[in-house]
Design a protein around this ligand. Structure first.
Ligand code: GRF
Length: 195
């Protein structure tokens, strides 16, 4: 069989600028293990769509009604032979039907040290603001399996960074983002090697 057919096919779900999606695309560009085969997005005009287009990666634009009331596009993802789902700034809660269709094959990254600073409304600068308001000395990233609650599934990996006294949500966000970019692609690869 042609090598390409044996490759694992990753779908990256993202609704924002897509900087993590880009890092993951780059990481697997010449890999013999996997490729980013699909970008899934719920926001027309999101930055990640431009990235997908310039990389010639197909985009699946999801509609709310079908995502939450249908079978969350599980059929479509299976039809596209997706093996693994990586959430990178996807803000909709993943329905149970999709989790059941991809057991232990959906991961998310969160820009803080869960279980603190997670849950509904804890995204983007809100997270870093809360960390600063609580005068935390450190923050970081959490990569976890996805279950039917926000930011709740089993934690796979965490990395830490310092919170500096003069940090703003923006400066802290930058430090945390650097950790995301350093660790997420490599961690996805590690997980793919074991599925
Ligand atoms: C990241 O901070 C990630 O932790 C969170 O959403 C953000 C996505 O950023 N889940 P980007 O679109 O990859 O730049």
């Amino acid at each position: 069989m042609h090598e390409y057919l044996l490759m694992k096919r990753i779908a990256v779900f993202a609704s924002g600028t897509g900087s993590n999606a880009k890092k993951i695309i780059d990481h697997f560009r010449d890999s013999d293990l996997a490729r980013v085969a699909l970008i899934v997005c719920n926001k027309p005009g999101a930055g990640v769509i431009g990235i997908a287009e310039s990389e010639s990666i197909p985009v699946l634009l999801m509609e709310k009604e079908k995502f939450f009331r249908g079978n969350a596009y599980a059929d479509e993802l299976k039809k596209q032979q997706i093996d693994f789902i990586v959430l990178a700034g996807f803000l909709w809660k993943i329905p149970e039907v999709l989790i059941r269709a991809f057991p232990n094959k959906i991961v998310n990254i969160h820009p803080a040290l869960l279980p603190k600073y997670g849950g509904k409304g804890m995204y983007g600068l809100h997270v870093h603001k809360a960390v600063l308001d609580n005068k935390e000395k450190q923050s970081g990233i959490t990569i976890h399996y996805v279950d039917e609650l926000y930011d709740h599934g089993e934690i796979i990996f965490q990395a830490y960074c310092e919170v500096k006294e003069n940090d703003t949500p923006e400066t802290l966000a930058k430090r945390v983002q650097a950790l995301e970019h350093r660790h997420y692609p490599a961690l996805v690869e590690k997980l793919l090697r074991s599925v």
